[in-house]
Ligand binder design. Sequence first.
Ligand SMILES: [Zn+2]
Length: 330
Amino acid sequence: MNSCGDLKLDHPHPEVQDTAACAVGGLPEGRMRQLGEVAIPSALCAEPKNGAFAPVGECIYCGQTKGKLTTEHILMYALGGNILLPKSSCETCGKRTSKFEQFIARDMWGMARAALKYPTRNKHRIARGYPVIAQPKNTGAVKFLMPADKLPFMLAFPELPLPGFFTGQTIDTFSAKAVQCRPERFKPFGNQRVYIGALDLQIFSQFLAKTAHALARAQLGSTFQPLLLDVIAGSRGSASDFIGTLRPELEAEDATHHRMQLVPLESGGQHYVGALIRLFAHFGAPEYVVVVGGTGDKIHPVFAENLRNLPPGAWRPPLFFPYGQGGGSA
Ligand SMILES: [Zn+2]
């Protein structure tokens, strides 16, 4: 994979224990037990109206109610995220989430975003052309500007085992999966190395954790016990405890850029709130599962009962982000 820039490409292939009990709605294969449709009362599982959920009134990351609370994009604006959660982030937490989301938007997927003409607050810079770094054999790297419609781009994703939360295994290295998006645009570069972006598992995990947590707070309110706050704050060592690749080889989904969905997870007889997140689904990207929270005492009895009696089918309809079509709710 000579066009992957500074991606880390170790191949640990950690074996996932067969005893891992991770159950996800709508998955027939292997140890993933199929769970089912649960009729969640609408008050417990909200849907956005006109692209926004009801205002929260406290910081969903630290609980602060005083001071200015800003609106969060559940999926960041830079990826076309158009569903809002008003009054949900304090200034301090807002700065932190912006910082890691900026890494994803610029350093990791900046080139892909430019090529796909995703929303940007920096249109002038993009109009001049996007900086491409290429390295011909045996010479130094060269940097030049390219128009968006000629940009070569490839998306890179961390490949992870199931969350350590279920397997009891912590990882310290990971492999990367590169999804070729416009292979023909690499042809003019011959065998030069082309820098496609940077990948940082810690930051990527923070970003997925933030997105999943915001989705759960939007749809379930505070009826679950959040597990991701330390991951989002960056104070937890191994974010892969809570985040894993669920289905690395899924078919591309027409028209859907991004998809995310809350699902019930079950391990050792305990129930948890999980989220499935698939970004760039139309390019055949991997799907991640995120362990979002526990369903202990805090959970509403109706919700808890529903989790215990799971008939076949899907649990919650996913939210789709077909960029450019507005709205965003399926
Ligand atoms: Zn906060």
